[in-house]
Design a protein around this ligand. Structure first.
Ligand SMILES: [Zn+2]
Length: 184
């Protein structure tokens, strides 16, 4: 049994060769990790054993996180508990946000509502097999700061859409009701 360190979003194998275990998900017949940890191949079942326990976080905890990667239909979110006054980075925990958990109503792709780099406020909706699943489907949850996907400038809320303060590009987000007013 070999061990290899993997990160969230890493492609770790194919369904043709392996079965998906804890800490993984499948997209288009490929198996990806949802966690940072050791890759374990146990009788052709791939799982990821998390490096750190997630004891600090419970179901219902509100977190502030950054959309780190999108592999449809999920986003991987690095997160810190509470208001997010702590600096991002370091050795964050990762959680999974599925497109269906973004808002009330149908969302096909995460990228219809969030882009990599967005800062979101989310709730821990579920924990299973060491995997945290987030939801942003209430008014106080969603993007609290978003960046233009073209020029990376901050975006201001203009009516129901976000508008880039530099290039004027308009983009859609599921925003929290205190977008850009929240302390980050
Ligand atoms: Zn822009």
């Amino acid at each position: 049994m070999d061990k290899k360190l993997v990160a969230p979003g890493d492609c770790i194998g194919t369904e043709e060769e392996y079965l998906p275990g804890a800490g993984t998900f499948i997209d288009k017949e490929k198996i990806y990790s949802t966690l940072s940890g050791d890759l374990v191949d146990n009788a052709k079942t791939l799982s990821v054993a998390q490096k750190r326990p997630l004891a600090a976080f419970g179901i219902g905890t509100i977190i502030v996180g950054v959309i780190e990667n999108v592999v449809e239909p999920i986003a991987l979110v690095s997160m810190q508990e509470g208001s997010g006054h702590q600096r991002f980075g370091g050795n964050p925990d990762y959680a999974v946000l599925h497109a269906s958990m973004i808002k009330r109503g149908y969302v096909k792709n995460v990228s219809d509502e969030y882009k990599i780099g967005d800062i979101i406020r989310a709730k821990i909706a579920d924990m299973r097999n060491g995997e945290m699943r987030l939801s942003t489907d209430s008014d106080n949850l969603g993007a609290i700061k978003a960046f233009c996907s073209k020029c990376r400038h901050g975006m201001a809320l203009n009516g129901a859409v976000l508008e880039c303060e530099s290039c004027g590009r308009k983009e859609n987000r599921k925003v929290a009701n205190d977008y850009r007013k929240a302390e980050i």
